[in-house]
Design a protein around this ligand. Sequence first.
Ligand SMILES: Cc1cc2nc3c(=O)[nH]c(=O)nc-3n(C[C@H](O)[C@H](O)[C@H](O)COP(=O)(O)OP(=O)(O)OC[C@H]3O[C@@H](n4cnc5c(N)ncnc54)[C@H](O)[C@@H]3O)c2cc1C
Length: 426
Amino acid sequence: MSPESYHPCSTKVLPWPGDSERPASSSLVTQPLAQLACNCGLRDRLILPSDAAYWEQLDPDVRRLPLDGKVFYPKMWQFSPPTRMGFVYRDPIVKAPNVHLYTYANVVEIVPNEGLTAIESLRAKTIDGKEHRVRARHYVLACGSIHNARLLLASNSRATQGVGNGNDLVGRFFMEHFEIIGAQVAFEKAQPFKLYTVPSAGRARARAELALMGDVQRQHRILNGTASFRPGPITGREQSRFASFSDDAEANVKQRQAMRNTPGAGSPPEPQVIYQMFTRQEQAPNPESRIVLSSEKDEMGMPRANLRWRFTKIDKHSIRVFYELLGQEMGRAGLGRVQLMDWLLDGDDDAWPNILSGGWHHMGTARMHEDPKQGVVDANCKVHGLANLFVAGAAVYPTGGAVNPTLTLVALALRLSDHLKNRVMF
Ligand SMILES: Cc1cc2nc3c(=O)[nH]c(=O)nc-3n(C[C@H](O)[C@H](O)[C@H](O)COP(=O)(O)OP(=O)(O)OC[C@H]3O[C@@H](n4cnc5c(N)ncnc54)[C@H](O)[C@@H]3O)c2cc1C
């Protein structure tokens, strides 16, 4: 997990596309950063300011590129050690006197009451066919964005369109972060690059990416995105990360461990003259990008999820404008030249190359909005129209932003737990 430090632009709600579709969410994330960072494994590491200036004054080799600070800024990321929540929080959960933990229990249906005003029970099954009912005062769905939607949609015995889906919004607005190489940059001469690799202070590790100031995004009506530098030119052999991801979860973990253990991994490479530019960008909320139920069923008789990941023109347009602005800035500063990749110059903003990846960041599908006609949950993550059903996780995000999703979803989960404590106690 690599939770990003907060920068005002990271959580600012930008007023497009469609002002009404972008409910303010930054004010909802009020958990102190230090508490969040603890939950994400940064407990005994330093939590440092997100301003690159902090890192620059620690080390003379850590210097930002001399770009106009009103246009581009170095957006800092801090890296936690990989935090396996299941290991880290196992003991506190198992030992808690007021928590009952059931493993191998797959929820197969959320059962509402006859009036469809509240949840009555959950149906859970084990893989060998045992079935249980679970009853509670409040229910929190925390199955990830795809499975939250799947479960709500598949719970259609009483609510025929699915639970919480009276306005046909469940599963819609699925979002990922686009991750893709978009350009290469050739500097006049090698630059000090430590800021953009992994400078460290004490035990904390961080890195900058280039980001556009919010005002510039607003002026050009583009989405929020960043670009990081990868040493060396584009080779034509670039691949989507999807291509190297295996269905075998253990193989993926081993592959990532091997990468981490490669000699030299994590240490700053020598400054180069040519770099690939790697985009991370939000996608515009799009109702046609969605989870639907498959006709195929799993071992427990539950319909599988089908993902229809769909894009809009502004997604690709925004990446192109970002690199055009970077090219102008690099030229103005006399730093070098930016060459956009052909796929950005093909004149078709509906076409994407097969090197496109996502960040494994599934968001949307139960978006937050005060108006039940525009969102599935309200500002307290409660499903509209149901008194006791809540959603935790990135499914509630109305927009994706250009940050990794987990720190914010932990913030929202903590906020939801406070809300529920108040409801249960008073
Ligand atoms: C390879 C990879 C790398 C990532 N790297 C980063 C990163 O660097 N930074 C970052 O911020 N995020 C990262 N993410 C995303 C991050 O993993 C998610 O944001 C986060 O795990 C979401 O947390 P969650 O609790 O909402 O859902 P999940 O972690 O998906 O947990 C949902 C749980 O619900 C269970 N479940 C599903 N359906 C049912 C059901 N019907 N009944 C019972 N249980 C069910 C699932 O088995 C699962 O255990 C990465 C993801 C991947 C795959």
